[in-house]
Design a protein around this ligand. Structure first.
Ligand code: SF4
Length: 87
């Protein structure tokens, strides 16, 4: 499987999709893996500048800023609404 990469304005270089996700999960508070510390060490950027850069980035992997990951749906049929009914 080929690793997806794209240009990251934070690093000013291509990074792997997983690195981008880790950075974003950490800045949104879902992880604490040292990614933001690494960004600061390598780029000198700190919060809130890191979040400002990600929020303006065309590669931001979220539909919104609440942490919903947006991947293309390929070949996955929509489920009927009845499957999502609240009980
Ligand atoms: S969303 Fe943030 S971490 Fe991901 S590529 Fe853009 S600037 Fe880099």
């Amino acid at each position: 499987m080929k690793v997806q990469k794209w240009f990251c304005p934070l690093y000013r270089a291509d990074i792997a999709e997983g690195k981008c996700l880790d950075i974003n999960y950490e800045r949104l508070g879902y992880l604490d893996g040292g990614c933001l510390a690494e960004v600061t060490r390598l780029t000198g950027k700190r919060e809130p500048d890191i979040s400002k850069t990600c929020e303006l980035c065309p590669n931001l992997p979220f539909d919104d800023l609440e942490g919903t990951v947006s991947f293309p749906r390929q070949g996955i049929p929509d489920r009927p609404d009845s499957d999502h009914a609240e009980r």
